[in-house]
Write a protein that binds this ligand. Sequence first.
Ligand SMILES: [Zn+2]
Length: 311
Amino acid sequence: MASKNLQNIILLYNIILICGLCLVYSKAELPRFEHPIKPDGSLSILVVGDWGRRGAYNQTEVAAQMAKIGDQVEPDFIISTGDNFYEDGLTGVDDPAFEESFSNIYLGPSLQKQWYNVLGNHDYRGDVLAQLDPILRKKDSKWLCLRSFILNTDVAEFFFIDTTPFVDKYFTNPKHHKYDWRGVLPRDEYLFNLLKDLDTALKESSSDWKIVVGHHTLRSAGKHGITFELEERLLPVLQENNVDLYVNGHDHCLEHISSPDSPLQFLTSGGGSKAWRGNIRPWSPEELKLYYDGQGFMAMKLTKLLFLHFT
Ligand SMILES: [Zn+2]
């Protein structure tokens, strides 16, 4: 269950800090936000994904455990890796699911922080513009959801990426689902610009830690496995720009996969509600550092070092 402590993973990196002038001006097109860190120079974050089910499938229990751990680690903010509202996103800005799956669920005092959300494929099955609408921020100031954006802190820079439009099958074989592609079409142009803006922003970044957050998996031993469109188009950008972490949801598990050929680490936090699918693909034990096919979330502490705790 969610309260079960699983494993402490400590990744230690020797980082040579190079202090210099930081160019504040950025030519990148992605919206940019700043978030302060703690006075001691650290940053504490909770990461949860694949959660919005009106409290069902243990969503409420996971939220309670987040609040409990949050009391200990005092998160500066919370990241959602998408699939925020099941099964089909929000029907509009007045959809009561916003309160029933978000505002009325994450009630712990330590969770009343800024949530930075990306969209998942299930979110695209509803009124996708509703989740992006500033009206939701008026209803609940914790909420912030954009398609793609940058969050800068003094410890790390986070690059939130809209991954759903990369996946071919949502366009070519949507089955009985209807996806809301307003703002995405023409698709080729959208993806080209997104990758260009990400590449530019990563090249301009002088941050010690570069962390990319998206919904879909790049490396995963779970049900969905590798998202090949991302492997082909996003992964080279991450590798070329020395990204440290790719953090995603989509597979309903907690997972850490390392790279044999680069420092890039892949972290899945998609255990916000329905989980326990019971399937795991064969994966090299050298790379698969953690796999937990159940509910939970991830706590991350960043200083010059990174401390990960899956709960
Ligand atoms: Zn998903």
